[in-house]
Ligand binder design. Structure first.
Ligand code: CTP
Length: 401
């Protein structure tokens, strides 16, 4: 049985000559047991008829935002709610611009603004329109918001020009949909250990030292590794986000507890230390609540160094995971500090990110990272933490698969 069986794609068909390839895409999806609901824009109707799409998808084709019957039967929000993935094919320069600007003047653009599902676009347009700075800027903005894209391909175009702009062929779009809805289980049989979130170091039973880490990046990495079939142990400090599905979570508070949970989880094939571990704990933490008393000076705390979990895992001898990945959260001299950390901690990769307040990264939804390895530095564009996680997971699969 295909992994697409029982899944549902909401297919938005915009107005481009490449719409002639859409019936073939629907046929391929239906052949895999995937449900397809089509939304056809006004311009799309000039290239393909609702009847063709309806016959192939065996489902009603939507097109008019203001149809009262559609609204009562299935509102525009409901349409995307029942889908696992929204695909825009062909994605014209016009609909990409609408998506980037957040316009909602018709059903297709309203759906794209309202959806919380993953979106895949298959751009198709004249080569000059594709290369135009406006289109490229729109696509970069959409990518930073997590919109995935496939193509366009290069070749002869209907407008007698040559270059990039042809919509990818239906089998390639189908493969991209499969990668999203049914990722290959490249890490099946592998055990991944991930640390995430902050640690809390007690001062007394009601107070603690902490940091601003939200755990979003670490949790997303755990989820991305699990999506590739890995057995994942997530050792998490106190966070306000949900446990990722399909992952076993060990909840800890302090750095010492985190280290103990990591040791207990070994052996692992890969360790990803994304936690923002407190470097120090309070040596003279009080067993009872510290009270302020008139005339008594404010307390002073003696700090002692916490164990370095990343360095400990990287030096675990026969228990050392094959791949040990650390993070470097820096506010200054990002790459120099990251390279120094790679050597000092004995890990294989450092994912370096700028956490200065102006970057908005700590606690935010996006990340801009640099992958530092023994062979050099890769600069990745700013993108949602989920996409950073998927990319890190894919790179780990390259090494371990
Ligand atoms: N780390 C760890 N245990 C610690 C401190 C850090 O495992 N006690 C890990 C983090 O999970 C991260 C990497 O080490 O993968 C770097 O963390 P970071 O806070 O950037 O650096 P530090 O080692 O704390 O060094 P500094 O604070 O001097 O930058």
């Amino acid at each position: 049985m295909s992994g697409l069986s029982g899944k549902r794609v909401l297919l938005i068909v915009a107005g481009g000559i490449a719409a002639f390839k859409v019936p073939e895409l629907i046929r391929l999806l239906r052949g895999k047991g995937c449900g397809v609901t089509c939304v056809l824009t006004e311009a799309g109707r000039q290239f393909v008829t609702p009847l063709t799409l309806q016959a192939l998808s065996e489902a009603k084709v939507y097109g008019d935002l203001f149809s009262l019957t559609d609204e009562s039967e299935m509102g525009h929000i409901q349409l995307s709610r029942s889908a696992d993935l929204v695909v825009v094919a062909p994605a014209t320069a016009d609909i990409l611009a609408k998506m980037a600007a957040g316009l909602a003047g018709d059903l297709a653009s309203t759906l794209l603004l309202a959806t919380d599902k993953p979106v895949l676009v298959a751009p198709a347009m004249n080569v000059r329109m594709w290369l135009h700075a406006a289109t490229q800027a729109n696509l970069a903005l959409l990518a930073a918001r997590g919109v995935r894209s496939i193509g366009p391909d290069e070749g002869a175009m209907a407008c007698h020009e040559f270059g990039p702009g042809r919509m990818s062929e239906p089998p390639a779009i189908l493969a991209a949909i499969e990668r999203l809805l049914d990722p290959p289980q490249l890490l099946k049989g592998r055990h991944a250990l991930v640390t995430s979130g902050p640690t809390h170091e007690p001062i007394d039973p009601v107070r603690y030292i902490a940091n601003r880490s939200s755990g979003r990046q670490g949790h997303a990495i755990a989820a991305a590794l699990a999506a590739l079939g890995a057995r994942v142990t997530l050792v998490s400090g106190p966070v306000g986000i949900a446990d990722p599905a399909g992952v076993s979570v060990r909840k800890v508070e302090t750095a010492e507890e985190m280290l103990a949970a990591c040791r207990a989880a070994l052996p692992a094939d890969v360790a990803v230390c994304a936690a923002a571990v407190a470097d120090w704990r309070v040596a003279n933490a009080s067993g009872g609540k510290i009270k302020k008393r008139p005339g008594v000076a404010a307390p002073t705390f003696e700090l002692v160094a916490n164990p370095d979990i990343l360095a400990t895992l990287a030096a675990a001898g026969p228990q050392r995971p094959r791949l040990v990945v650390g993070f470097a959260a820096e506010t200054d001299d990002l790459l120099a500090n990251a390279q120094a950390k790679l050597a000092r901690k004995g890990c294989d990769w450092i994912v370096a990110n700028d956490v200065s307040p102006a970057s908005g990264i700590m606690g935010g939804d996006e990340n801009a990272v640099h992958l530092v390895t023994a062979t050099g530095v890769e600069d990745w564009p700013r993108m949602p933490k989920q996409l950073v996680a998927e990319r890190i997971a894919a790179r780990i699969a390259d090494v371990l698969a």
